[in-house]
Structure formats: C-alpha cells, structure tokens
Design a binder for this molecule. Structure first.
Ligand code: SAM
Length: 382
C-alpha cells in the first residue's frame, strides 16, 4: 500500500470533537482539524484499517474526495463532477449517495444526493465509458456528502454502519447511552484506570463496559463483523487481517475496578448480559440499590463517578427530577467527597441547581448532542 497521504474526514459526537481529535492524533500521529461533529486530517490509506478497528470516539471514517465552499446546487454538481471516481470505484461496482444538510438552502438533502449521483455517473462515463450502477439499498460503495451552510464535502464511507454500534450489546436498555459518548465521558473524567470508577445509575452498563474495554486496550473492532471497506477496490482483506491481529495483541487481560449500581434489578440483569457479551463481566461489580442513599451503603471511595441519570424524558418528568437530582447530589457529596464527577443530562438547570445546593463545584460544562437530544455534560469536583 502506498504511504502517500490522503485527505480524510471522520464524524464524531457533537461536543466531543476535541477528544476525538486527540484520539486520532494518538492512533495516527497526525493533527486533526476540528469542525462541527467532525474532523479533517491527512493520513496514509492504512488509516482506514487503524481507525475503523481501534477508534473509540469516531462514528464514520470517510476518504475525502472534495471539500470546499459552494453556494448553489449547480456548484455542488460541478464540484462532484471534478472528481475522478474511476480511481476508487471498479466498473462493475454499484454506488449510492447519502447527503446531510444543515442550514438554510433553497434545496433539500435529496436534491444534493441526486446532483452528486448524476455527477458521479457523468464523471465515470467520461473517464471510462462505463455507466456506473446505482443501488440505494445495498451499494458496493457509499458516497457521503454534507453541506453545512456553504461548507461542503464529499467522500467514500469506509466504515459502513456507525462505529458507535459496538455489536456487544445483547440487551437494549430503554435509555441506553451511546458507546462513543460513554467513552468520551470516561476520558473527560481523567480516570486513571487503576482506581475505582463508579456508575451509580448504570442501566445496561454502557459506561462500565466501555471503561473495561478501554482499560484492557480491547479494540472495539473485536466485536465487529464487517466494514464498508471490505468491498472497496483500494483496500485488501490481508491488510485488514494484519491490522486486526496487531490490535488484538494489545489486549491486557487485567483487573479493572468498576462498580455499577441501579435500583432496577432487571436493568442489571441486562448489564450483566452485555458485560458478558463484551467479555468483561469478570471485572465489573453490579449492585441493586438506591443511589440517593449512597451514603448509607457505599464502603469504598471511587476516584471517578461517571453517570447518565434519568433525563426527564420518557419515564421521568421534570417534577420527578426536581426531587431526584437534589437527593442524588446530596448523597454524592456525603459518600464521594474528593471524587471527580462527570454527568450527562438533558435537564441541566435542575442538575446545576442540585449540585450547587450540595456544594459540588462545577469545573466544566459542555453541550453534547445525544441522538436527537441536546444535553449538557458536567465535570465536577465533589
Ligand atoms: C438514563 S438511564 C442509564 C442508562 C445507561 N447509561 C445505559 O447506557 O444503559 C438512568 C438509570 O438510572 C436508574 N435510576 C434512576 N433512579 C435511580 C436511583 N435512585 N438509584 C439507582 N438508579 C436509579 C434507572 O433505573 C436507569 O436505569
């Protein structure tokens, strides 16, 4: 494989782009430019294997084909028409274009996908004489494009389905946290891995499982069956195998102190099943208890508390949260004095006021998008 550098984009959690850039730097040794919900960087083609197999904070790794400013659908077509797709798509392969659009434009994301699709067909035909096949359901090559105001990029999806789908989840908690956000919360906490990390409202166990995988250096790719790059003409299964084996060699089967609490025994059964599927159940303690009474039963002092309390949607109304959050914050301040707290909630005002009443100092607040919810992440000194 040539060691020449290529341009890449990678999508990530809106609000944790800085941590994702740090991860790309640690994995590839290159600096990434931070943008909204995504990164841009240059790296050899081998980054496709390395990032897809090992990255914990990225969603999709995209081989960039064009990036710049556009002000109309015609300019999008012209930009996409300039790319020579014959370098990346074999003549017998099918393709599909998916488009995202943010901002105000006199056209839709479907219009963008149609314009880019036409440009791909026209460009391919003019350089090879072949009319590429379109397959919207199961394409060999998926071209992703995004327009945010005037900023436009298009590239090849090397990942397929987002990397946040780790594939170890056998039990779906009704309000499960995304694996990439869970990892970002852990990293934000500054957890030193040898000390206790506690999730006192752990639900299906996402935070604890991601913490165990992180500490044991288990690559998320261990649980993944396939990637979009398996079908790409410029990658090889042999190279994938080499990177995959190398990533597995890094696993350290060590004890990681992790404690999960939830008041719902059924959720903990789900957490146990998830942990066992992720091969980390040996290092996670789970107890059924009420975390608003932590001070009455907790016998150990965690270094770090990472928690995703009920958000105030679905089952918990703001009225319930106005009772729950102050009781929980007071229990934390009594049982975990000196610990670091990282919490994510979609009811930040109620949470902030509960922290204040309990004398828990907020060190950092950031806005994070979780699915279709705008949330706040708090880093605090208890
Ligand atoms: C948003 S969910 C956590 C989801 C989890 N992060 C996951 O990925 O599956 C919040 C959890 O808090 C638990 N919970 C609510 N009140 C609690 C309390 N007083 N003590 C312990 N757990 C509680 C709920 O049972 C629920 O599982």
């Amino acid at each position: 494989m040539p060691s020449k550098n290529f341009a890449f984009a990678a999508t990530t959690v809106y609000g944790f782009e800085d941590l994702a850039a740090l991860e790309v730097e640690q994995l590839l040794g290159v600096k990434a430019e931070i943008s909204i919900g995504k990164l841009f960087f240059k790296a050899p083609l081998s980054a496709i294997y390395k990032l897809n197999i090992e990255a914990r904070l990225l969603h999709k790794v995209i081989l960039l084909l064009w990036r710049g400013e556009v002000s109309s659908l015609e300019e999008i077509y012209k930009a996409a028409r300039r790319v020579d797709y014959a370098l990346f798509i074999a003549s017998e392969q099918s393709f599909a274009v998916r488009a995202d659009r943010f901002g105000t434009h006199p056209f839709t994301s479907m219009d963008i996908a149609a314009a880019v699709g036409q440009a791909v067909i026209d460009s391919y035909r003019s350089s090879t004489g072949v009319r590429l096949k379109v397959n919207l359901n199961n394409p060999d090559v998926e071209i992703l494009c995004q327009l945010r105001d005037r900023d436009f990029f298009l590239g090849i999806n090397t990942t397929g389905e987002s990397l946040h789908k780790r594939n170890y989840r056998v039990y779906d908690h009704p309000a499960a946290l995304s694996s990439t956000i869970a990892t970002a919360l852990i990293k934000l906490s500054g957890w030193s891995e040898r000390h206790l990390l506690m999730d006192p409202m752990c639900g299906g166990g996402t935070v604890l499982i991601e913490a165990a995988l992180l500490a044991r250096r288990t690559p998320p790719g261990k649980f993944r069956k396939s990637y979009a790059y398996f079908k790409l003409a410029f990658t090889s299964l042999e190279e994938h195998q080499a990177f995959f084996k190398n990533a597995l060699k890094k696993i350290q089967q060590r004890e990681v102190p992790l404690l999960g609490i939830d008041k719902n025994a059924e959720y903990l059964r789900g957490a146990r099943a998830n942990a066992s599927s992720a091969e980390v159940s040996d290092t996670i303690d789970l107890i059924v208890a009420d975390s608003t009474r932590l001070d009455s039963f907790l016998k150990v002092q965690p270094e770090v508390v990472v928690v995703n309390p009920p958000y105030g949607r679905r089952y918990y109304s703001p009225r319930i949260l106005r009772k729950l959050y102050p009781l929980f914050a007071r229990a934390l301040s009594r049982a975990c004095r000196g610990s670091t707290l990282v919490a994510i909630t979609a009811a930040p005002n109620i949470f902030r006021s509960a922290l204040k009443t309990s004398g828990i100092e907020v060190l950092e607040e950031r806005m994070v998008i979780h699915g279709d919810l705008t949330t706040k992440v708090f880093k605090c000194a208890i």
